[in-house]
Design a protein around this ligand. Sequence first.
Ligand SMILES: *[C@@H]1O[C@H](CO)[C@@H](O)[C@H](O)[C@H]1NC(C)=O
Ligand SMILES: *[C@@H]1O[C@H](CO)[C@@H](O)[C@H](O)[C@H]1NC(C)=O
Ligand SMILES: *[C@@H]1O[C@H](CO)[C@@H](O)[C@H](O)[C@H]1NC(C)=O
Ligand SMILES: *[C@@H]1O[C@H](CO)[C@@H](O)[C@H](O)[C@H]1NC(C)=O
Ligand SMILES: [Zn+2]
Length: 434
Amino acid sequence: MDRRLQLFLLLSVSSAAAVPLSKAASGQRNRLLLISFDGFRWDYDQDVDTPHLDQLGKDGVRAKYITPPMLTMTSPSHFTTVSGRWVEDHEVVHNMMFDAKTNLKVPHRQTLTRSEWWDNGVLPLWITAQNQGLKTGSFYFPGGAANYSGQAVNRVVVEETRPANETEWKQNIDTVLSWFSEEDFHLVTLYFGEPDRVGHAKGPDHPDRKSMIRQIDRTIGYLREAIDRQHLSDSLNVILTSDHGMTTVKKRPQVEEIVLNKYLNLIQLASFEILDYGGFGILTPRPGREQDVFDALSKAPNLTVYKKNEFPENFHLAKSERLPSIVVVADLGFNLNSRLIVYVNKGDHGFHNGEMDMKTIFWALGPDFKKNFLSEPFDSIHIYPLMCKVLQIEPAPHNGSLSVTEKLLLHGGSQRNGVSVGLLLTLLCSLSRL
Ligand SMILES: *[C@@H]1O[C@H](CO)[C@@H](O)[C@H](O)[C@H]1NC(C)=O
Ligand SMILES: *[C@@H]1O[C@H](CO)[C@@H](O)[C@H](O)[C@H]1NC(C)=O
Ligand SMILES: *[C@@H]1O[C@H](CO)[C@@H](O)[C@H](O)[C@H]1NC(C)=O
Ligand SMILES: *[C@@H]1O[C@H](CO)[C@@H](O)[C@H](O)[C@H]1NC(C)=O
Ligand SMILES: [Zn+2]
């Protein structure tokens, strides 16, 4: 090998080593598919045979579990994942759009296309990526259908309310992968409404939940086949995660169910409420009655009542302007019923994010991720800077920390410098032998 060629190699290796990710040197950018299976508790694969998920852990990265933000609820948690911001900052504080002043309440499904609920000045990853020249898409993903500062995600499919159908799941995967392989998308987010629905309807311990996990496992197997078939395995990174866990709802006669109207006269004391929504409730006291509401609820068993301005710091909710001034979090498994027990769910979430039953999953696979790597638990807020790193874009201001998640990357953190110095030394040695 002549000296000029060696020098050229030296230069190209050192410049490649200085750029974080594998395809960067050749000017190509790896793509990212973010998948969420709603309500996938961290341990749902442990009592079911899941060969494809097991293989995912061997071929990629898995976290023991991850912790969602407080409010362990679909829209708040997903929006933290795609923005890297605490709920108090992004203000998507509930699945339902509401206005405590006008008593407006909009059901979750309709809220998905109401930009005024989602767009509060925090830009989600899709928009930040598009502003840096990337092409992005959202298939059923919460928040994907809204406009942000007047900008829409490049391609959006809004979630439909249909029962989980494995054939359709496969079609959705084919669709999303064709966006990457045929239309050069860089980032797509893909959402599935299970196993949340079956967890609510039947409870997390029901055999139907286990068969749903088998269906999800087969779908992951299909995804991997389809990635190979579409020749995407060298360029596509996949992150598989979820928004929260699930716990069994405690019922009579096992426990005395909570009926809040037994402790305070809701009509007299509150001008607005969202109760009967699982383990988490919000109330706006009538003028001057905040302390009365607080005192009355403090006497109720099996729940904790908070004044918004006295939230524990790690809730990261106190700054929210949307949240009413009183927030109630039930003890694990208790439902917050207002007047009657009309709530029929056998499983629920919305409880404290420190509870193990609220923890959820994280797997990642692809050219930029380590293999057979089991990560310690982390908070879901740190997924955002990881995604920006993989996409090689400048993150918007956020509350995550790349130092928590970059150890999942092959070329992340200090390892990268170690490798590049080692390569340089090797090449310098071979040069000096000439
Ligand atoms: C987003 O903006 C476009 C263009 O102004 C508008 O047609 C569309 O209805 C908006 N969508 C939502 C969900 O607000
Ligand atoms: C699932 O979806 C496919 C394709 O749309 C359809 O042909 C099939 O009948 C559906 N199966 C069920 C059980 O609904
Ligand atoms: C619920 O509260 C009652 C009354 O304080 C208490 O006896 C019971 O142990 C609590 N149940 C649970 C499961 O914490
Ligand atoms: C979260 O990030 C935003 C934007 O940088 C910042 O304004 C806010 O103070 C951060 N929150 C916390 C709790 O650090
Ligand atoms: Zn749910």
